[in-house]
Design a protein around this ligand. Sequence first.
Ligand SMILES: CC(=O)SCCNC(=O)CCNC(=O)[C@H](O)C(C)(C)COP(=O)(O)OP(=O)(O)OC[C@H]1O[C@@H](n2cnc3c(N)ncnc32)[C@H](O)[C@@H]1OP(=O)(O)O
Ligand SMILES: CC(C)C(=O)C(=O)O
Length: 397
Amino acid sequence: MAEIETPGLRRISIFDTTLRDGEQAPGNGMLPDQKLRLGMLVDGLGVDIVETGFPASSPSDYKATQALSHQLTNARFATFVRAVRADVDAAVQAGGVEKHQIQVLATGSDIHLEHKRGVSRADGEHEMADTIKFARSLGVTDISVAVEDATRGADDLLHSLIDTVLEAGATTIAIGDTCGCLLPDEFGALIAKVREWAPRPTVVATHCHDDLGLAVANSLAGVMAGADEVQATLGGIGERAGNASLEEIVAALIYKGKSLGVYTTVRPDLLYPAYQVLAEAIGLPPLRNKAVVGVNSFATQAGIHQAGILRNPATYEYLEPEVFGRQRQLMVGRHSGRAIIRYLLDQLGASDEGALVDQMYEEYVSGREGGECYDLDTVKALMRERLEGKDEAAALR
Ligand SMILES: CC(=O)SCCNC(=O)CCNC(=O)[C@H](O)C(C)(C)COP(=O)(O)OP(=O)(O)OC[C@H]1O[C@@H](n2cnc3c(N)ncnc32)[C@H](O)[C@@H]1OP(=O)(O)O
Ligand SMILES: CC(C)C(=O)C(=O)O
């Protein structure tokens, strides 16, 4: 595994929003008990904050927050609220104030102010200051301002809004690429400005959507530009095309952290089990080509790749399966080569040279028409029967 040397590196805080932004997309709704189970698994990963939901939005979200606020053992929890006192009230009633971050939705662009809200910039700032002060009056000290559509917001709007919310007592500024519309260098440039407007100890967080397939790249560009925290979801689930995938962010921080000057303490080996529970809860079909959690993330049938991997897995594996609690899977299919046949013959104690290899190669690999792949145990069992002279052994399709 890529070594993590922490001296001189910045630790990146991870805010998991699977149970809020992830859950709000069609098809992803969960029962409170399912959210509790998943939230506890996400807690076990070692994330810093688990967003439990939006308590004012439904009794179900309220209940999930209530349960998780009592049971989380490592992480703080966050709840989502609008710039509305009643939302804050509901959040505090559900979860109390201990280890509770209130994430207040701020309107971050003129397009949203004018067309969605029908309010002025000044109104937008005023409602935020009022909500933050109200939360503080209830004893909440951890307050994130989630700036919606910030990536289409004018600089003067954002700067003034940030000044106002910091003055009112906000402790985190989360920059939303709500519509997923920026490129990494554009998002990085915005985070660099926000970093100047909101110096530490204020936390600057990224919240990126995947409409251009850039949510992870943008989040990392934000980290490089000085963001302290990344908001992400398991499997990248979330509004429309989804959010930055937690597992991809963690993988990138582990394997590229040194060159980015950062590190993560999230446990990579528990990501896949947590993802499996999520997939079952929301009925996500198994995805083949998804980094870290895909069926094929660590699987190969291609002969040239297998010939390399059998000599040294590093030839074709940058991410190491064991780091992520996964296993390398070599499959036999029409695209395989002789290397995997030799490997299996060797395991069976048979000659792995000459005519036998060619015969087995034709039988199990090149002579086939279909695209099916078989695991090594299946092919090995058939080869054993052939070697034992059982010509009736079932052939592969
Ligand atoms: C970027 C994001 O992901 S934001 C989070 C989005 N998530 C969700 O919307 C899921 C949960 N939402 C819900 O359950 C419902 O929308 C509720 C309960 C919050 C509100 O339901 P309703 O009161 O019926 O309002 P509705 O959903 O139709 O409209 C949203 C209202 O919130 C208002 N609103 C939007 N943003 C903000 C904000 N930052 N601060 C205050 N009010 C806001 C809108 O202006 C609108 O109110 P209006 O119709 O008076 O203008
Ligand atoms: C406001 C933030 C947190 C958000 O959900 C978004 O931008 O999508």
